[in-house]
Design a binder for this molecule. Structure first.
Ligand SMILES: C[S@@+](CC[C@H](N)C(=O)[O-])C[C@H]1O[C@@H](n2cnc3c(N)ncnc32)[C@H](O)[C@@H]1O
Length: 286
């Protein structure tokens, strides 16, 4: 395992960013892109609860070791070790500066609990140890593998990285709107999150998605993050997981409230629904 090397010493940005956001003073110059990202798209508390629930449903107990692939700033790892004193987390990402940001902003504030997180700077396909109870690949990052060979190789490595009672959890999105070139704006305290589906190729299934941030004053922070992905479908992914040796693959589909709006509760479904845009979890049993 290659561990991250310490880079230049950084200071945590959270308190300053929160103060600027509360005062309506965030701009493209003073805002920190990782802080904006974490406050826009991540919900680690809910993901920890989800992982506990689906693992207990399968194996009748709580999981201990979580590996977060494509962990970026390791926010999920930090929430995982906060959740239980016995929990351990391994975060894998090949980007050193992003890991270092996470170390300073998400792990250091945990004090001793941070000792139960190991960050590994490497390609997710090269790491197999320690064996995990749950392997999570979130925020669609596994879509960076664009061929059956690449994705299949990754999934085989994931299976080999799990304990005999182990689960692989991958998120995905879809629906007709996933193929539309469009921008979706969402207001957040002190800034606006912009999801830009910039390009879609119906022949290859490739998409280019960008994240920008808008502010009450000042210019847009353009292309804070950009993703070059293949929009894999659920059935293709299930087939590849089974070919990789997983014994069973389930799809956790989001329910709806009385108004038909997504309610944040994901349950196993073989049917889904015809929502124009949806998010689901693909869960494979080792
Ligand atoms: C969309 S971010 C996801 C961050 C975080 N997992 C989350 O949930 O928000 C994608 C991350 O995956 C990392 N990444 C992409 N391909 C990778 C690979 N093959 N091996 C390791 N890290 C990879 C990038 O460096 C980046 O930090």
């Amino acid at each position: 395992m290659t561990r991250t090397e310490k880079t230049k010493s950084l200071k945590p940005v959270g308190p300053r960013m929160t103060a600027l956001a509360d005062a309506g003073k965030l701009t493209s110059h003073n805002a920190d892109k990782h802080w904006l990202y974490q406050n826009s798209v991540q919900n680690p508390k809910v993901e920890v609860e989800f992982i506990d629930r689906i693992f207990a449903k399968e194996f009748g107990r709580k999981p201990t070791l979580l590996r977060e692939d494509f962990c970026g700033t390791a926010l999920l790892c930090s929430w995982w070790v906060k959740a239980r004193a016995t929990n351990l987390a391994v975060g894998v990402d090949f980007d050193g500066p992003t890991l270092e940001w996470g170390r300073v902003n998400n792990l250091a504030p945990l004090g001793d609990k941070a000792d139960r997180v190991t960050l590994v700077q490497d390609d997710v396909r090269s790491v197999r140890a320690p064996k995990a109870d749950v392997l999570m690949a979130s925020n669609f990052s596994w879509w960076g593998f664009k061929t059956r060979d690449e994705l299949g190789g990754y999934l085989r490595n994931c299976r080999a990285s799990l304990k005999p009672e182990g689960l692989m959890v991958m998120d995905c999105y879809g629906g007709p709107e996933a193929q539309v070139v469009q921008e979706e704006l969402r207001e957040i305290d002190g800034f606006t999150y912009v999801w830009d589906q910039d390009h879609y190729n119906p022949v290859t299934g490739e998409v280019r998605c960008l994240i920008h941030f808008d502010f009450p004053k000042g210019k847009r922070m353009k292309r804070a993050f950009s993703y070059d992905w293949r929009l894999w479908t659920v059935p293709e992914t299930r087939d590849l997981l089974l070919e990789a040796g997983f014994s069973r693959v389930m799809v956790y589909w989001e329910g709806t409230d009385k108004k038909g709006e997504p309610n944040g509760v994901f349950r196993v479904s073989e049917k889904g629904d015809l929502a124009p845009a949806w998010i689901a979890y693909i869960v494979a049993v080792r």
